[in-house]
Design a binder for this molecule. Structure first.
Ligand SMILES: Nc1ncnc2c1ncn2[C@@H]1O[C@H](COP(=O)(O)OP(=O)(O)OP(=O)(O)O)[C@@H](O)[C@H]1O
Length: 712
């Protein structure tokens, strides 16, 4: 018997025996004292009091919509009820979350509640990282990951029940899962679906699943008082600092959770608060931070904690000790514009549902107070009820391809909760057509099938094939991996921008941001291998590189190499950096793979404005680019973004001669006005010039060969 077990009282042992009948995960073992502590608090949760009522509905219905106050126990308890109920089926229970941090933290909590090591019966799976085993029966996972599983198994046959949590967020993946689950439930009558949220639009989802039962959990764990400002203020950071100071000076014990829209705001506010207080533990929280730094928010602290977070802390997570929530009422949301093929990132007001979720981070382990940095009138009149579904705001090419590979040829008539905007849908089809992933009839091609199976955006398959021709396949795989990390690899924290820019110069390639990224990745890998090196964390810190993003890129790259092995002959050989043509091979490959994202310098302007070839939209080069001075004529860009001013981001200078033989740049493909003239005469002129140059070079070559022939 171990120490923990010895510590159990006789009463606990009796309780353990009683409870073990309900806990098939450890049927013959005694539980730890922590288990009993947690059990005591779990039993008080509103949802625990209605366990049997929930199970009765669960037995009678195939689809159940669960709504209930934040903190009432949906995420941690309902999956356990189902797990025990479904134990005999031998199948798994999946519970999805929109965010990674929430996925890992609720899995950790649930494993602790069940007194099992994380990864055994309870585990988690997020992209490129998982803690599961063959024993795992309850799997918390991101919605994106379950979607990619579904592309291989439309019946969700490994699962007896799929729980979609935080469904109010209506992410693109959750919406697609709802549609696929709707079909799967008609094929598999024993498959159950539970859709949960504290702020679910029940009528909307019920009209999509007409036979769904509803289960509403009333009652809060602890009350949360809400305070509003009496006057609005645009200076939300200043206002947030004032409120935090007020709480710290005048209010009773309890940690603070402050919501701000951007990582820049967070770092600024953290540095102001750090300068002022030594007896306050200030912890930033945003997705670009390393996992270890993110998890610091859960650690105990000698002083009061003040966590300054973006909306990554908005749903699902419980941070023990939070009493005060300060909500700026703002967030950043990328919105895709199909006409511009551009993502606009603007700081905008949150929805009422988000405001409720944010307030709900308090009152979970004790009563709480939420300070909203906006007026009640603003909340009532200016906040929309819930954020628009992701399917109405995002780019759809990869989702259309995924559906096509699953056999849904006519995606236009697919039964979505909210159908996508026809223009976004058509743009997605056009993009897939120009990448040759579908044919003229919209049928998926062989290349399209391979592209759909990639763990990165399907557009990269073209780059891999082109890279193979030009001897830089490995570099393209590295770039695909870098572009798939959730965070930028170059860090520019606001207080140290200048120092960061200097540190980044050693990786800079004057003609390409993509190659600069590759240089940083390769330097990181050799820093790891070098003996007597600096600790890698220190090396990354000094170089202002994001270690988390780099190690994630390496992981993605290694998995990609394995998954591509059957499709492309991947040799160990890499393009040699010492090769005089190293840059050219990579730039040419990028140009020929992402030709539909080319831009040409606009001479009428001050010299730094470019115009995209296909749509003719103008934009500057992002100020963080190595090419921001706008000297080069042609560019290929990875993103067209706007946070007020439109910018081309992550760009590479290209030679139009590399493009002229592509169909996309032939006269009959270039965009024309209604009267048949070229919409962008400059593009036409520049391409003609490149063609002439090529022809005259070819003529020179021929005459040179003739001369050579005569000489022999
Ligand atoms: N990591 C944790 N530390 C302390 N208490 C926790 C933790 N996780 C959960 N709890 C307790 O369990 C309760 C239920 O949490 P759970 O996440 O299941 O609620 P929920 O209804 O899903 O909330 P939300 O709608 O906000 O996701 C919390 O209110 C809290 O009291």
């Amino acid at each position: 018997m171990n120490d923990l077990q010895q510590n159990q009282t006789t009463a606990q042992q009796a309780e353990s025996l009683e409870d073990s009948r309900a806990n098939p995960l450890r049927p013959h073992e005694l539980h730890s004292s922590r288990y009993f502590q947690l059990l005591k608090s779990r039993r008080k949760l509103p949802v625990s009091l209605r366990r049997q009522e929930f199970l009765d509905i669960y037995h009678d219905s195939q689809v159940i919509l669960v709504s209930g106050e934040t903190g009432s126990g949906k995420t941690t308890q309902i999956p356990q009820f189902i797990l025990f109920d479904e134990w005999e089926s031998g199948k798994k229970v999946a519970c999805t979350q929109p965010r990674r941090l929430a996925t890992t933290s609720v899995a950790t909590r649930t494993a602790a509640e069940l007194d099992v090591p994380l990864g055994d019966q309870v585990g988690y799976s997020v992209r490129f990282e998982r803690k599961t085993s063959r024993m795992t029966r309850l799997k918390y996972m991101t919605d994106g990951l379950l979607l990619s599983e579904a592309s291989k198994d439309r019946d969700f046959s490994a699962y007896s029940c799929v729980i979609l949590d935080e469904a109010h967020e209506r992410t693109l993946s959750t919406d697609l899962l709802m549609a696929l689950l709707k079909m799967a439930t008609s094929r598999r009558p024993c498959l159950k679906v539970v859709i949960m949220s504290a702020t679910l639009n029940v009528e909307k989802i019920q009209s999509y699943f007409p036979a769904a039962a509803t289960f509403e959990i009333s009652g809060k764990v602890h009350p949360v008082q809400i305070h509003y400002l009496s006057h609005s203020t645009p200076r939300y950071c200043y206002c947030a600092v004032t409120v935090v100071k007020h709480i710290h000076k005048n209010m009773a014990e309890g940690d603070i959770l402050l919501f701000l829209p951007t990582s820049g705001d967070i770092e600024m506010v953290c540095s102001i608060l750090r300068d002022e207080y030594e007896d306050l533990t200030i912890l930033p929280l945003y997705s670009a931070l390393s996992r270890a730094r993110q998890e610091e928010i859960f650690e105990d602290s000698e002083y009061r904690k003040c966590i300054v977070a973006t909306n990554v802390a908005e749903t699902s997570i419980t941070i023990d000790g939070i009493v005060y929530v300060v909500d700026s009422g703002l967030e950043i949301r990328p919105v895709y514009n199909p006409r511009l093929r551009m993502s606009t990132v603007l700081t905008s007001p949150i929805s009422k549902a988000s405001a409720k979720q944010r307030a709900g981070r308090a009152g979970r382990t004790q009563p709480g107070i939420c300070f909203r940095l906006y007026t009640e009138q603003t909340h009532r009149a200016c906040f929309i009820p819930s954020a628009p579904p992701g399917i109405l705001e995002g780019e759809l090419a990869s989702q259309i391809l995924l559906l096509k590979v699953m056999g849904f040829d006519s995606v236009g008539t697919f039964d979505f909760v909210d159908p996508p905007h026809p223009e976004v849908y058509l743009r997605g089809l056009q993009d897939l057509r120009s990448m040759r992933y579908i044919d003229d009839k919209g049928t998926i091609t062989r290349t399209g099938r391979i592209a759909a199976r990639l763990s990165v955006h399907p557009k990269w398959l073209n780059a891999f094939m082109e890279g193979q021709k030009n001897g830089c396949l490995r570099e393209m795989i590295d770039l695909a991996a870098i572009s798939s990390t959730q965070h930028p690899i170059f860090l520019r924290p606001p207080p140290a921008r200048f120092a960061a820019d200097i540190a980044h110069q050693r990786f800079a390639c004057p003609l390409s941001d993509h190659i600069s990224q590759l240089n940083a990745l390769h330097a990181y890998e050799s820093a790891i291998k070098t003996e007597n090196r600096l600790p890698i964390n220190q090396w990354c810190f000094d170089a202002f590189l994001n270690r988390r993003a780099l190690s994630e890129a390496v992981r993605i790259r290694d998995q990609l190499v394995v998954s591509l092995q059957n499709e492309l002959a991947i040799t160990k050989e890499v393009c040699r950096f010492e090769d005089a043509e190293y840059d050219t091979h990579i730039r040419k490959t990028l140009a020929r793979s992402f030709f539909y994202q080319c831009a040409l310098k606009h001479p009428d302007m001050f010299g730094t404005i470019y115009r995209t070839v296909h749509e003719g939209h103008t934009a500057g080069i992002h100020p963080e680019s190595v090419l921001s001075e706008g000297i080069q004529e042609w560019m290929v860009y990875s993103e067209f973004v706007s946070s007020g001013t439109p910018y081309l981001q992550t760009v590479t200078a290209v030679d139009p001669a590399w493009l002229i033989d592509l169909d996309f740049f032939q006269d009959d493909s270039l965009p024309k006005t209604a009267d048949g003239n070229f919409k962008q005469p400059l593009v036409k002129k520049s391409l003609d010039k490149a063609r002439k140059k090529r022809d005259s070079l070819e003529e020179d070559l021929i005459s040179f060969e003739i001369l050579d022939l005569k000489a022999t």
